[in-house]
Design a binder for this molecule. Structure first.
Ligand SMILES: Cc1cc2nc3c(=O)[nH]c(=O)nc-3n(C[C@H](O)[C@H](O)[C@H](O)COP(=O)(O)O)c2cc1C
Length: 360
């Protein structure tokens, strides 16, 4: 099997495991959004119809600050999923990412599984995706350019996933020169670079390095939703050290509300993701300082169970709840909510903020 085939095979295994609720920490009560309470305003000004969610991102006017996070592509069976996600993104007017394009760098036959997103979503931002290990070294900028050109993307998301790689049976474990390589890609590409995690979060310290080298946006992808430790644990042989480690590290990382508070204190576009399961969670992300909220697994599950109509319904539900939360906090736009900081933090989130000396 060549590298492309191995990557394709892994992709389809990930897709099959990610469908199961047990790998979602939000289903196990592991989301920290419950420790954020938005301040209710019993005397809102204006009409509900005046609430305006519109958001300009990567040069597109979008209906809401919501992102369908990068997930699939890379195996022929993922084409219908990406097609449905893209059609829903186009119909509603939200940004969309594709999954890691690594497989398509060595196997042309899977390019269509990614390109379908651009072809079905022409009026919204489409975000290319590669892991940091694929942009390290001499070939890095070339890989990045190919991923972007392959789908005529508006930006490239580089994912950082050290926890996942360490627990993956065949993971890459050398992350040397990651920051320098990201900087090189930023220099060489003519589209902006977003850096994201995949469910373990990004701290203020890491975000500061990323902002210094010119990253356009940081997508925190914190703890509280899809757990890649649990997914990789499922793939590890019974009795193996990695399987046992996965059972201990399943909720390792920075809970999403904490990561948003850490990253949004910096001068960058912050995307809140990781366990966002409703429009109310999205509103909490924005109140904590994010410019937008992203979700992966909810749209993925809708795609598998109900196709494009299911994803559209899920997006409409997110948008309605986001509007309700804005109105009930006396905000007519997401930026008003973000700037007003109308929230109360409960324990243990409150202690996180104090312990990390986050200035709100
Ligand atoms: C089925 C599936 C596949 C994913 N594949 C990728 C990927 O290829 N690249 C990436 O950056 N993130 C990938 N992710 C991670 C998501 O983009 C997101 O960061 C993470 O799932 C947390 O969001 P959630 O809790 O809403 O699912 C994937 C997520 C899922 C559910």
């Amino acid at each position: 099997m060549n590298e492309g085939d191995t990557t394709s095979k892994r992709k389809i295994e990930h897709v099959m495991i990610a469908e199961r609720d047990e790998i979602d920490l939000s289903v196990r009560g592991g989301s920290w959004f419950k420790y954020v309470i938005l301040e209710h305003n019993a005397l809102p000004e204006g009409s509900f119809d005046d609430v305006d969610l519109s958001w300009n991102f990567l040069g597109y006017d979008l209906s809401a600050p919501i992102i369908i996070e990068g997930m699939t592509g890379g195996h022929e069976d993922t084409l219908p999923i990406n097609k449905a996600l893209a059609e829903a993104a186009q119909r509603i007017g939200v940004a969309i990412g594709v999954g890691s394009q690594r497989a398509a760098l060595t196997n042309d036959s899977v390019i269509d599984t990614f390109l379908v997103v651009r072809n079905r979503a022409h009026d919204v931002p489409v975000i290319a995706n590669l892991g940091v290990s694929h942009i390290i070294g001499e070939q890095g900028p070339e890989n990045a350019k190919r991923a972007v050109d392959m789908i005529r993307a508006d930006a490239l998301a580089i994912h950082l996933n050290p926890l996942q790689e360490l627990l993956q049976p065949e993971g890459s474990t050398d992350f040397s020169n990651s920051l320098i390589s990201i900087r090189e890609v930023i220099r060489e590409l003519d589209v902006p670079v977003i850096v994201k995690e995949v469910g373990a979060g990004i701290s203020a310290t890491v975000a500061k390095y990323l902002v210094e080298i010119g990253v356009h946006a940081i997508d925190v992808a914190g703890v509280g939703g899809t757990s890649w430790a649990l997914i990789e644990g499922e793939r590890s042989p019974h009795g193996s050290i990695k399987k046992e480690a996965a059972s201990h590290f399943f909720d390792w990382g920075i809970p999403t509300p904490c990561a948003i508070l850490e990253v949004s204190s910096l001068d960058t576009i912050t995307i809140g993701s990781g366990g966002v399961r409703s429009g109310l969670d999205a509103a909490k992300c924005i109140a904590l300082g994010a410019h937008a909220a992203g979700a992966a697994r909810p749209f993925f599950v809708s795609a598998l169970s109900e196709g494009v109509e299911g994803i559209v319904k899920k997006l409409e539900a997110f948008i309605y709840e986001l509007k309700v939360a804005l109105f009930l906090t006396g905000s007519l736009t997401p930026s008003q909510l973000r700037l007003s900081k109308k929230y109360v933090l409960l324990e243990p989130l409150k202690s996180w903020v104090e312990g990390r000396h986050i200035f709100i």
